[in-house]
Design a binder for this molecule. Structure first.
Ligand SMILES: Cc1ncc(COP(=O)(O)O)c(C=O)c1O
Length: 383
């Protein structure tokens, strides 16, 4: 089994980083559930010494996702937050980071409550406006941390322009690619130095694993992150690595249906009298629809809509039958949530208002069910 050099995306997803197990021929990389490895003699081993440092299942996943994102190497961590924490160790006291203002709440909490204690400083800007990124850069800025599209208002940042600004100032560009997935957006091709994922979402895709990964375009960054996996130890377990490796095999198939369902629900909601606003990058009235067409290969499965009052938002969330009221996203089953009281409750109300997270906003992570069933469910919930 040999992956051709010119293999296309879905082929890479299925095969990259994996060989049939040499001892049995098992086509699926086994779960190497071991803490240590027996050495042949003193100083002679098979490349594996201790499972915090190296694990074959994790290594297969890391090779697979590095290939999927077009990076040099990838390092898997115990959660998306652990992977962002690992990126934090690339910085030192006195360094400054420019961050998308509407970044995931857990990222904001890590920066604001933890990393700022170690002498790092952060500026939160609307990175959809390149002139605001440029104005926020300082001589000590070492990292531009961009999330695109953002959660839950789906604002986009032009990755190529962000890379150009970061590099002009001697900083790295990192893109949190969790919302789009590499199927729809490959930031390293557009100049990003680092990509992070909560693998909990689309990469695993089945709502049964928590994990994270950092993909590095540069050899020195990959070396440091590998060192940090061992030094800090927040690594992804063999079983979770195996689950995510299973998930990436169907990434392209799942994303195609997420795209279809996202567009179907956005169009249905757009025509509904009770809905005052629909936010979906695939709709021509999305403020960055043109950028989405240019930068993404599909508009994804995430959408948000406003129903005018908190009371109606509450009713919709409580009345859906097929959709599940839950946090998280990117799984095969459709989830609905109320960002102001759920995913973004930790964001202060004035910041929520500035970003556009009203109390009447509802977010949907469309799964891969038949879209007609999802539309019928929403229709009865909105009645
Ligand atoms: C965009 C984004 N980044 C990072 C994270 C954190 O990932 P995890 O929950 O796996 O720690 C999340 C979680 O929701 C997220 O949505």
């Amino acid at each position: 089994m040999k992956l051709p050099d010119n293999a296309r995306f879905s082929t890479i997803c299925i095969h990259a980083g994996q060989e049939p197990d040499p001892s049995t021929g098992a086509i699926i990389t086994p779960i190497f559930q071991t803490s240590t490895y027996v050495q042949d003699e003193l100083g002679k081993h098979k490349g594996y010494e201790y499972a915090r440092t190296q694990n074959p299942t994790r290594a297969a996943l890391e090779r697979n996702i590095a290939a999927i994102e077009g990076g040099r190497a990838a390092c898997a961590f115990a959660s998306g937050m652990a992977s962002i924490g690992a990126v934090g160790t690339m910085l030192k006291a006195g360094d400054h980071v420019v961050v998308t203002d509407n970044t995931y709440g857990g990222t904001f909490r890590l920066f604001d409550k933890v990393l700022s204690k170690f002498g790092l400083s952060f500026s939160y800007v609307d990175t959809s406006r390149p002139e605001l990124i440029a104005a926020a850069m300082r001589p000590e800025t070492k990292l531009l941390f961009v999330e695109t599209p953002t959660n839950p208002v789906l604002r986009l940042t032009d990755i190529s322009r962000a890379a150009e600004i970061a590099h002009r100032h001697g900083a790295r560009l990192l893109v949190d690619n969790t919302f789009a997935s590499p199927c729809l957006q490959r930031p390293i091709e557009m100049g990003a130095d680092l990509v992070v994922h909560s693998t909990t979402k689309y990469l695993n895709g089945h709502s049964d694993s928590v994990g994270g990964i950092v993909v590095a375009a540069r050899e020195d960054d990959a070396g440091w992150l590998t060192f940090i996996q061992n030094a800090e130890g927040a690594i992804l377990s063999p079983f979770d690595s195996w689950l995510v490796l299973r998930g990436t095999k169907t990434l392209a198939l799942r994303m195609a249906q997420h795209n279809t369902n996202g567009m179907a629900l956005a169009e249905f909601l757009k025509g509904h009298a009770a809905v005052t606003r629909v936010i979906y990058p695939g709709l021509p009235d999305h403020p960055q629809h043109e950028l989405a067409r240019r930068q993404m290969r599909g508009f994804g499965g995430m959408l948000s809509f406003d129903v005018g009052t908190f009371e109606l938002a509450r009713r919709v969330c409580n009345r859906v039958r097929l959709m599940a009221l839950a946090e998280s996203l990117g799984g095969v089953e459709t989830l609905i949530c109320h960002p102001a009281s759920m995913t973004h409750a930790s964001v202060p109300p004035d910041r929520r208002a500035a970003i556009g997270i009203t109390d009447s906003l509802v977010r949907i992570s469309t799964g891969v069910e038949d879209p007609a069933d999802l539309i019928e469910d929403l229709k009865q919930a909105l009645e």
